[in-house]
Design a protein around this ligand. Structure first.
Ligand code: MLT
Ligand code: MN
Ligand code: ZN
Length: 299
């Protein structure tokens, strides 16, 4: 399989439109070895050649242009065979509406709870019915779903945090899932977990059994946003395990021996974006990469 990071930033991107943090200003001023990053999304190409998008960010139009090999050769063709959703958050779903020009119903994979959210709370699916339509495939936690004859995804639970727009409905469930993507031709396995609320031995074993992992790098410490005075919510309140805080993810990820480890969904405020920061140094010395747009992995 071929995997490409289309957006390594979290919701808001880098820079975020209303943000004047050190990182956002550095990008605008073109300094400190920091560059523009799109919002969270990856694409994976099956051995048969079909591309699948995992999460549809608001930056989708530019992101799909990164899939050069997938561009239409005829007057109308769809560069992607399907869109897989790991949750119903705005940053992972808004791009669906940009795909409304599709000549065929959009093939979307997601859990039942995500389908409900995108029907009732943020009614993208209902809206798309008046355009291209949607062909929905359900993902169930614990199940393995074939995307093609040679590419499977295994679905596992990551967090119980509902998107803000669904909170008033108080629906409990596995709101955030992760995916283990398996290529039957090479036997290679990638695990994608952009919304990691906590680590368990079981999850760490899944990571260790993967050849590459793309993991939530949203926040450096639990109180990143509190310290900046821009939120009263901690990283953990938001369903993101911080990297460096006590019992954060960094220590555990650094212990993994087998997989290539790459951080994704990195918030614009995270100091690891800065090439010369102490925090970036700590991450790299732990054998972990900071994801960037366009990074391509052949497995
Ligand atoms: C998240 O990753 O926690 C969400 O995307 C936050 C948001 O932008 O609403
Ligand atoms: Mn997000
Ligand atoms: Zn910022």
């Amino acid at each position: 399989m071929l995997l490409k990071i289309l957006g390594a930033a979290a919701g808001g991107g880098l820079p975020q439109w209303n943000c004047g943090c050190i990182n956002c200003q550095a990008v605008r001023q073109n300094r400190a070895g920091i560059s523009w990053l799109n919002q969270s999304s990856i694409a994976v190409q099956a051995p048969e050649g079909d591309w699948f998008l995992v999460n549809a960010s608001p930056d989708i139009r530019q992101q799909l242009e990164l899939l050069r090999d997938a561009q239409p050769l005829s007057i109308r063709a769809n560069p992607i065979a399907g869109v897989i959703l790991t949750d119903a958050e705005i940053d992972h779903t808004t791009g669906l509406i940009i795909l409304r020009e599709s000549a065929q119903p959009l093939h979307i994979y997601g859990t039942e709870i995500v389908k409900k959210a995108l029907t009732d709370g943020f009614p993208l699916l209902k809206t798309l019915e008046s355009y291209c339509g949607v062909a929905w495939s359900n993902l169930n936690v614990g199940a393995t779903v074939p995307l093609t004859a040679n590419l499977d995804i295994e679905v596992f639970a990551l967090a119980a945090k509902a998107p803000k727009y669904m909170r008033s409905q108080n629906i409990a469930g596995d709101w955030v899932i992760g995916l283990t993507i398996c290529d039957r031709t090479t036997g290679k396995v990638v695990t994608y977990a952009p919304g990691l609320a906590k680590l368990s031995d079981r999850l760490l074993a899944r990571f260790e059994a993967s050849d590459c992992i793309l993991v939530d790098g949203t926040f450096w410490q639990n109180d990143d946003l509190l310290k900046l005075g821009i939120s009263t919510r901690t990283a953990r309140d938001m369903g993101h395990l911080p990297l460096a805080s006590e019992d954060g993810s960094l220590h555990h990820l650094s212990q993994l021996k087998h997989p290539r480890k790459i951080l994704v969904h990195i918030n614009n405020t995270n100091p690891i974006h800065l090439a010369n920061s102490q925090e970036r140094k700590i991450v790299e010395e732990a054998g972990i990469e900071v994801g960037c747009d366009g990074l391509t992995i052949q497995l």
